[in-house]
Ligand binder design. Sequence first.
Ligand SMILES: Cc1ncc(COP(=O)(O)O)c(C=O)c1O
Length: 375
Amino acid sequence: MIDSPITQVGRWKEAAAPHLPLIDVSQAAPTYPPARELRDHIAAVAQSVATATYTDQQGILPLREGLARSLTVDYDAPVAAESVAVTAGCNQAFCLAMMALTEPGDEVLLPLPSYFNHDMWLRSQDVAPVYLEPGPDMTPDPAEAAAAITDRTRAIVLVTPNNPTGAVYPPALIESFFELARRRGLALVIDETYREFRDDSEPPHTLFSRPDWSDTLIHLYSFSKAYCMAGYRIGCMATNPGLLRETLKIADCVALCPSHIGQLAATFCLEHLDDWKREYRRTVRDRVAYAARRLREAKTGFQVVSSGGYFVYLRHPFTDRSSASVGRSLAEDHGILCLAGSMFGPGQDRYLRLAFANVDLPAIDELVTRLGRIG
Ligand SMILES: Cc1ncc(COP(=O)(O)O)c(C=O)c1O
């Protein structure tokens, strides 16, 4: 397997220009502090010895009920707690679902550019990622997906809002992928880690209102971004109870259950932190919108291709250089740490991913100034 791109970029960071304050737009892991109330709550519950025990594999009931309620509200459709399992982060949910669904030699459709951990996990399982080319708006085409399906295909994976492009897939497009997956007997996996960071207040899609949603859909979510609690390692999966049961057999061998204290933290978030989440979401959305606008206006030569979630996806101006070479020299010569497009799959060498969870508006201005000196 490749080194994780985050490890690779760690090496660029070590070599970053010493004479300039580093502008780190590489990581999608928030360093924004989690809510004070959450930290106080955890300090208090940590005193209870009960928090040192394993929990039910599927997750503690108050959390599953809270998740079912929040899905019901956010998607305006009833979701039951029995359709939800808590996982040790959204990445684990993806790995468990893929292990339950595939065997070596199978294929999974991944739209490009694709989230690198999905690609790495599939390859580690000897499952072939079959890539779908992005359209001009960085969304995949269901017709291309239909043509790519073989008798080894087991699933289609969508990430919306997307990492790395930030593109938000319209509900109608998501419906088309659901219909395709349903007709062809595949799973449709939708990673909605960044769902809170959309501009739209409408539900991201209407799939949960279909009576048969759970036969096809595997919905994945993370507490890492929306509540800035990545280190607590809590995510979730919603799908049919039969598939959940298979995934829990695997989870049992891996982590037994998600962290107990992390689950208590997530339960607290759902019960008490709606206002805090709204405020944090506004901060991130303002930063991303500001960065995209400033970069467009400044005409630096680095062109905004798409933006959303935590991200701006940029096309760099160098036709004869790889994205890794451009990324490395941005760090070494200009004190800008970002990810190279090639880390998100083939054909992405003209692009760079910038994440804005951890930089404020003055840092964004400085970033635009530095890029303007290059392009
Ligand atoms: C699309 C996507 N899914 C999952 C994750 C990881 O989530 P978690 O921390 O819950 O494992 C990330 C983190 O960057 C991500 O971008």
